[in-house]
Design a binder for this molecule. Structure first.
Ligand code: HH2
Length: 277
């Protein structure tokens, strides 16, 4: 299995670690934006030094209850970090749902667009279908980040997430997007209860029948806090355990904050011969 992206054809026979780079500074008052940009670029370099395979840069928080960020603000946060990351020799993904951001980052050479809204925003699918080769991550979310945790309800979360991802995959293919450009993500924590998220992990293999690689992000999410009773800053071990369980259940890409720890765990997993193929 491969993931075709703008500059790289990523070999997914070895699990890939996508390092998270959030460029969502709280304050611009103290030297502000430049400091945020430089810190994010340094963070990119650190994640690569730790062995990250892919960088995922985001300029808008998607945590439950997060307020939307304007287009100008998101571009100002993301573009300078993207430009620097593109010189580092690894695939660079941009986490956005805004078609104008997608167009801007693809024009600058971004390798992947990671959309928690699965290209449902008007103009998003157009922007990506017009590009000849960028990678695409289609994620399932119910509702939007402001409201998604209010009443998450499903008859069968696996079936409903699977049907949604299949519909979005078909929408891309109908627009002429090559299938090798697309990976799918069940969207852990996006409009799902603790029980739904755990169902998605336990039965994750059912999603492999969609025929595309799975990208999964458990890192530091609230379900791990509910299980362990730990604050967000203390969820590294739980995050690594969840990433490993996801890979064991067929995920090809894990989206993580704690790259070094995740890579150590995957090395042990691979050395024990637990890797597929
Ligand atoms: N989770 C978050 C953001 N983007 N993209 C994909 N494909 N899958 C995910 O699970 C996913 C995602 C939320 O996590 P985080 O980046 O830690 O938080 P925030 O959005 O607040 O920056």
């Amino acid at each position: 299995m491969f993931w075709q992206t703008t500059r790289f054809r990523i070999d997914l026979r070895r699990p890939q670690v996508m390092g998270i780079v959030n460029v969502t500074p709280d304050s611009f008052s103290d030297g502000g934006r430049l400091a945020g940009t430089m810190a994010a670029i340094r963070h990119c370099e650190q994640l690569l030094a730790q062995g990250a395979d892919i960088l995922d840069i985001g300029g808008e928080s998607t945590r439950p209850g997060a307020a939307p960020v304007s287009l100008d603000e998101e571009l100002a946060r993301v573009l300078p970090v993207l430009d620097a990351a593109l010189t580092l020799g690894c695939p660079v993904s941009i986490d956005t749902s805004k078609p104008a951001v997608m167009r801007a980052v693809l024009a600058r050479g971004a390798d992947i667009v990671n959309d928690i809204n699965a290209l449902q925003t008007p103009g998003a699918l157009d922007a990506l279908a017009r590009h000849s080769s960028c990678g695409i991550c289609l994620m399932h979310m119910r509702g939007d980040p402001r409201t998604m945790q209010r009443w998450p309800q499903y008859d069968d979360v696996l079936r409903e997430v699977g049907e949604f991802l299949e519909e979005r995959l078909r929408a891309c293919l109908a627009r002429g997007v090559e299938i090798e450009r697309i990976v799918l993500d069940p969207g852990i924590g996006f409009g799902k209860s603790v029980a739904h998220n755990l169902d998605l992990l336990r039965r994750q293999r059912e999603l492999l029948s969609l025929g595309r690689p799975l990208l999964v992000g458990w890192s530091r999410k609230s379900t791990l806090g509910a299980i362990t009773g730990r604050d967000i800053s203390q969820r590294q071990a739980a995050s690594v355990a969840a990433a490993l369980a996801a890979v064991q259940s067929g995920a090809c890409i894990v989206r993580v904050h704690d790259v070094a720890a995740t890579i150590d765990a995957l090395k042990v997993w691979a050395a024990a011969g637990l890797a597929r193929g």
